[in-house]
Design a protein around this ligand. Structure first.
Ligand code: PEP
Ligand code: MN
Length: 344
């Protein structure tokens, strides 16, 4: 931590600041320039972070040197995190997680039809929501446990790991019985009780960026999961709110290399919720791979016009297969691989 003193800080004030630093059990290192005085504060990281240094008279600013998200940070772990998310599919470290499926689970036949098509195209993780976070309480809310059973059954039948959203800490135990990965949606990125609860499980977590969250907010939310003992977090960029309504959200692609510099965690991109427009999804999916993403998350439906949720942004199976093929070629050029699930 570096303290910057005010330009008019008196000698008495400087002495007082140094005394206060010592009272907190910390060490100081004063650097007196011609115009300003800086004080390096050294000591136990948590004590330094929590000491109310900014409140001492004569202090203008306090600048942290270390990132507040220590477990998620590259400062703590230089190499990329990579881990198995089920059925031998590794995400991270050059291995791509290609997540596809419908927004919501609507029934066994529909999900099986979609799942077969995305698997044949090369997707290696099946998605489907059983509990849907809808803006309106009158919109389709999902099939609940019955949907989870269908998702598990089809995942097992096709030998694919599955991911589904958990919205509430009280659902964690139930969903844990059926899923391979938990998804935490954009609306719950800062539901700290939920982050704590999934942090205490052993399942990988797909953590989506909140629609108004900064990159640091996202990494702090990941930190909650890591700090509770679960190291397997995959970040997901799904677009942020903007003034422009021509796309559903604004896809922040620069956050992919940005996050990669700051954190060792894998990061994938969801061009479906980011753009909300099927015609924009293939190019943004390719751009995501080119930007260094560890995978994509794409909604697919065989009959989008009949979908119970997000049909307007679903790709048809053929469209998904085409972009998968292009992503496969691009990944190869970029030295990355798309693992196939190990069992059928
Ligand atoms: C979803 O994945 O269906 C979803 C609701 O996503 P988000 O939380 O990004 O809006
Ligand atoms: Mn959706």
């Amino acid at each position: 931590m570096i303290i910057i003193l005010k330009p008019n800080c008196s000698e008495e004030q400087l002495t007082h600041v140094l005394e206060k630093i010592e009272e907190f059990g910390l060490k100081h290192d004063v650097s007196q320039g011609e115009h300003r005085t800086l004080i390096g504060v050294i000591g136990e990281e948590d004590v330094v972070r929590n000491a109310p240094l900014r409140a001492i008279p004569g202090v203008e600013n306090v600048v942290p040197v270390l990132k507040p998200y220590k477990l998620a940070s590259r400062e703590v772990q230089r190499e990329d995190s990579a881990f198995d998310v089920g059925h031998g599919v590794t995400v991270g470290g050059g291995s791509l997680g290609m997540i596809a499926g419908p927004c919501a689970i609507e029934g066994e036949d529909v999900l099986l039809e979609i799942a077969k098509s995305v698997k044949a195209a090369g997707a290696n993780i099946l998605r489907g929501g059983a509990f849907k976070p809808r803006t309106s309480p009158y919109s389709y809310q999902g099939m609940g446990e019955e949907g989870l059973k269908i998702l598990r059954k089809i995942g097992d039948e096709l030998g694919m790991p599955v991911v589904t959203e958990v919205m509430d800490p009280r659902q964690v135990e139930l969903i844990d019985k059926y899923t391979d990965l938990f998804q935490i949606g954009a609306r719950n990125m800062q539901n700290f009780n939920l982050l704590t609860e999934v942090g205490q499980t052993k399942r990988p977590v797909l953590l989506k960026r909140g629609m108004s969250a900064t990159v640091e907010d996202l990494l702090m939310s990941a930190e909650y999961i890591l700090a509770n003992g679960n190291p397997r977090v995959i970040l997901c960029e799904r677009g942020i709110k903007s003034f422009d309504s021509s796309t559903r959200n604004l896809l922040d692609l620069a956050m992919v290399p940005n996050c990669k510099g700051l954190s060792h965690l894998p990061i994938i991109v969801d061009p479906s919720h980011a753009t909300g427009r099927p015609e924009l999804i293939p190019s943004m999916a390719l751009a995501a791979i080119a930007a260094g993403a560890d995978g994509v998350h794409i909604e697919v439906h065989c009959r989008p016009e009949e979908a119970m949720s997000d049909g307007q942004q679903a790709l048809l199976p053929d469209q998904f297969a085409e972009v998968m093929e292009q992503m496969r070629k691009l990944a190869e050029v970029c030295g990355r691989t798309i693992p196939k699930p190990s069992s059928n």
